[in-house]
Design a protein. Structure first.
Length: 219
C-alpha cells in the first residue's frame, strides 16, 4: 500500500524516530489507526522475517526493527478502537522437557509477536503435561515446540499423543523445529508444520493463520 511504503521501510531499517514521525503523519492525514497498525506496522515487520530467514538480516537488526515497530504502536495504541479489533491470535511456544536451549525459541517468539500475535512463552524444559495444560488453559491457535538435543525430540510426539488423548489435538495447529528436527520427523509425529529456522517458523505461522482470512497478505 503506497501510503505506508516509507513506514514499512523505516521498520525494516529499525529507524524508531522515522517510524514515529510516519505514524503521526498518517494520523494527521486522517488514516484509521487500525489500518496503520495492520497495513503499516504489521506489514512492515512482516518483511523482516523472510529477510532474516534468508540471511539478509541478522539478530541485532531484527531487534531494532521490533523496537521500531513498538515505537509506532505506542503512538497509536490510545487511539485504537477496541470494538473494531478481534482478539489477537495466540501462539504458545516452549522448549521440550530435558532441553534448556532457548535462543532459537526466543527469536521465533519475538518475530511472531512483532506480527501481531499474543505470544505465550512457557520457557525451557517444559514438561509434556505442562504443554497440554497450557493448551487447555490458553486455547492457542498454534503450538510451537522446540528442541536441540536428539534425546529430547521424542517428547514432541508424546505431547501430540497426549493432546489426542484429551480430545483437543484438532483444536490447535502444531509446528516443530530445532537442530535435531526435520520434516520427516515432523510428519512421523503428526505435526502440522516444520521450520528449519526462526524466519521460516514466522512465515509458516503467518500463512497458517492469515492465508484464508481477510487480514494482510503473508509475505
Amino acid at each position: 500500500m503506497n501510503s505506508y511504503e516509507t513506514l514499512t521501510e523505516a521498520i525494516r531499517k529499525g529507524d524508531k524516530n522515522l517510524v514515529e514521525s510516519e505514524v503521526k503523519k498518517a494520523l494527521s492525514q486522517g488514516l484509521d489507526p487500525n489500518d496503520i497498525l495492520k497495513s503499516g506496522l504489521i506489514r512492515g515487520m512482516g518483511i523482516v522475517g523472510p529477510l532474516f530467514r534468508d540471511g539478509l538480516m541478522f539478530i541485532p537488526e531484527v531487534l531494532m526493527s521490533a523496537q521500531a515497530m513498538r515505537r509506532g504502536i505506542e503512538v497509536i495504541k490510545p487511539l485504537l478502537n477496541e470494538s473494531d479489533q478481534s482478539s489477537p491470535e495466540k501462539f504458545l511456544i516452549g522448549t521440550v522437557a530435558g532441553d534448556i536451549h532457548d535462543i532459537g525459541k526466543n527469536i521465533v517468539g519475538m518475530l511472531i509477536e512483532s506480527n501481531g500475535f499474543e505470544v505465550i512463552d512457557l520457557g525451557v524444559n517444559v514438561q509434556n503435561e505442562t504443554f497440554v495444560q497450557a493448551v487447555e488453559e490458553h486455547k492457542p491457535d498454534i503450538l510451537g515446540m522446540s528442541a536441540l538435543l536428539t534425546s529430547t525430540i521424542p517428547n514432541m510426539g508424546i505431547v501430540i499423543d497426549l493432546l489426542k488423548t484429551r480430545g483437543i489435538r484438532n483444536n490447535v495447529k502444531i509446528i516443530v523445529g530445532g537442530a535435531s528436527v526435520n520434516q520427516e520427523f515432523a510428519d512421523i509425529i503428526g505435526a502440522d508444520g516444520y521450520a528449519p529456522d526462526a524466519g521460516s517458523a514466522s512465515q509458516w505461522v503467518k500463512n497458517a493463520i492469515f492465508k484464508n482470512k481477510g487480514g494482510y497478505d503473508a509475505l
